[in-house]
Design a binder for this molecule. Structure first.
Ligand code: MG
Length: 332
């Protein structure tokens, strides 16, 4: 490539500059037999039950402590597949590049996306690039396919009275890391952005009775639990004391007037498991790469179907609703 180092409209022309860009940046990073064939559509082997999802990533800034838009665009989609108990298999990537985008930055993001795909065990089997006017930004859409084993029935509507509510680790890290960077606050908070395949498959292969899984993304745990309470027509009863939050994130929240229960993560899940399996599930998660601070934080009850609340440290009761308003825009 002639090193102009910025994306220009010519890169989106469909002509020589486009093919150079695809060959030098994308094809190299994502090389595999299906993609290398450069067909109009990927033909891959299938499964009786497939999970299929899509997500668009508009995060700002494009690189942040603990991740970047490339890693995020794999984790977001792969984690959604995992939350149905699927084994993630294939990914497609659509890149929308703005004129003026730094090509070194694009290269870093593409490399990070490819590395994360490898970590998550998924193959990028199709892709697309478009260039639009703008000021050097980038958006990525990823769609993902996973195979669901026949005996798996994990669903938002399947939380059961008596289930233990388990989170896989500290809340709020991704949100706090992004907000810190945008505000120029210096701390060592890093995003938790991670693919959760090891965690989910460890639970399932150890025969933990998992009824429901949800990744704790935009809207935070509070929003997720309220939505699941409605979907399953149960009550989510949490113990504030048990909810894990990193001390630095807690201080940051105190300073900013933020509530960790409504802050987004990109590498945490909440699991609903049979009560007899709760302690072992926590132990299994704690042994995984991204489950170090896993904790039982509450139980499912039948007090008031469709509701969620936290018992506070001083004995009060705070009702949880879905996040209202924008939260933090462009977090994912
Ligand atoms: Mg999700």
């Amino acid at each position: 490539m002639n090193h102009e180092k910025k994306i220009t409209m010519a890169h989106g022309s469909g002509g020589r500059a486009t093919s150079d860009l695809i060959r030098e940046i994308f094809a190299h990073a994502f090389a595999n037999p299906v993609l290398d064939a450069m067909e109009d559509a990927a033909v891959v082997t299938g499964s009786e039950k497939i999970a299929f999802t899509t997500d668009s990533f508009v995060v700002d800034p494009l690189e942040f402590p603990g991740g970047d838009i490339g890693r995020l665009s794999v984790c977001g989609t792969v984690n959604d597949l995992l939350m149905r108990g699927a084994v993630p298999k294939y990914l497609t990537c659509g890149f929308v590049l703005q004129e003026g985008l730094d090509i070194d930055l694009l290269q870093r993001v593409v490399t990070s996306l490819a590395t994360t795909a490898k970590e998550a065990g998924v193959t990028v089997v199709a892709g697309d690039t478009k260039v639009v006017e703008g000021n050097g930004g980038m958006f990525i859409n990823t769609s993902g396919v996973g195979f669901v084993p026949q005996d798996i029935h994990i669903s938002a509507a399947n939380c059961q009275v008596g289930d233990a509510i388990i989170v896989s680790g500290n809340l709020g890290d991704h949100h706090a890391a992004l907000l810190s960077q945008r505000m120029g606050i210096s701390n060592t908070i890093t995003s938790d952005c991670a693919p959760l395949g090891e965690e989910v498959h460890a639970l399932l292969s150890e025969k933990i009775r998992v009824h429901c899984l949800r990744d704790i993304t935009r809207g935070g745990l509070g929003t997720v639990l309220k939505e699941l309470a409605e979907a399953s027509q149960v009550t989510m009863a949490l113990d504030e004391d048990q909810i894990p939050v990193d001390v630095q994130v807690r201080d940051f929240c105190g300073l900013m007037g933020l509530d960790p229960l409504y802050m987004g993560n990109e590498g945490k899940l909440v699991a609903f498991v049979a009560p007899e399996d709760a302690a072992r599930a926590c132990e299994i998660l704690s042994g995984c790469a991204y489950g170090r601070n896993a904790a039982v934080i509450g139980t499912v009850t039948d007090e008031e179907p469709g509701s969620a609340y936290v018992r506070t440290a001083i004995g009060g009761k705070r009702v949880l609703d879905v996040l209202f308003g924008e939260g933090l825009p462009r977090i994912c």
